[in-house]
Design a protein around this ligand. Structure first.
Ligand code: MN
Length: 229
């Protein structure tokens, strides 16, 4: 019998509202440019036919509570408020009609981003990994189980920085809906239970400073308060 050389890292987990069970996270997929107004503020135009993605490691997860660290190697660390959902089953070539049946629940999240590093990567046509796959950058609230989620297609999504509203939009403004994203992603990946998807951010992204307090949420799903340490 062989044994591990060292104890493997335990899976990242997310608490579930109304349950004592933890959701173990498998992978984290993130949708790029899913709101027209955010694409415009980033100087781009959305290609309606082609959603695109990047990933974060599950080890980048951090709960949206208490303090989160200001990342090293950036002077322009941005918040991106997002709807997040979690799968309890998966597959390939999932149809839009079947897509919602694979969802365990939803959460509010922030996709923290080294914007200076990302802009440099765009200029030099290099990967986004180090600008997006940042420790403590996949900020997430506990999961609201689907039976209690009012909608993944409409509802207010918002973020405030030190009490000042910075992002305020509606899920209906997403270019690609949750079922469309599941259907599309499942043509490239065998989606699995434990996978988490960040649905992209509305307009109004901006830089945080140490000591900032971020509040936000998605109506009917979750609200949060975090401080940047
Ligand atoms: Mn994002």
């Amino acid at each position: 019998m062989t044994a591990y050389l060292f104890e493997p890292t335990a899976p990242s987990t997310i608490p579930v509202f109304g349950s004592d069970k933890l959701f173990p996270v498998n992978r984290i997929f993130c949708v790029g440019r899913n709101y027209e107004a955010h694409a415009a503020e980033m100087g781009t135009v959305i290609d309606r036919e082609a959603p695109f993605y990047f990933t974060k490691s599950p080890t980048t997860l951090i709960m949206a509570e208490g303090e989160i660290a200001y990342a090293p190697r950036t002077d322009n660390y941005h918040y991106e408020m997002e709807l997040v959902f979690a799968l309890n089953s998966g597959g390939t070539n999932i149809t839009e009609a079947d897509a919602l049946s694979h969802i365990f629940g939803a959460a509010a999240g922030i996709d923290m981003t080294r914007r200076d590093m990302q802009n440099k990567a765009k200029e030099t046509r290099r990967p986004w990994d180090t600008s997006k796959d940042v420790e403590q950058s996949a900020v997430v609230t506990p999961l609201r189980q689907m039976a209690e989620v009012p909608s993944l297609g409409t509802g207010r999504i918002h973020l405030e920085q030190n009490g000042e509203t910075k992002q305020d939009a509606d899920l209906s403004q997403m270019v690609w809906s949750v079922p469309e994203i599941i259907a599309d992603l499942s043509t490239m990946y065998t989606l699995q239970q434990g996978d988490l998807i960040y649905m992209g951010t509305p307009a109004g992204v901006g830089a945080v400073q140490r000591g900032d307090v971020l509040t936000g949420g998605v109506d009917g799903i979750a609200d949060f308060t975090v401080k940047i340490a």
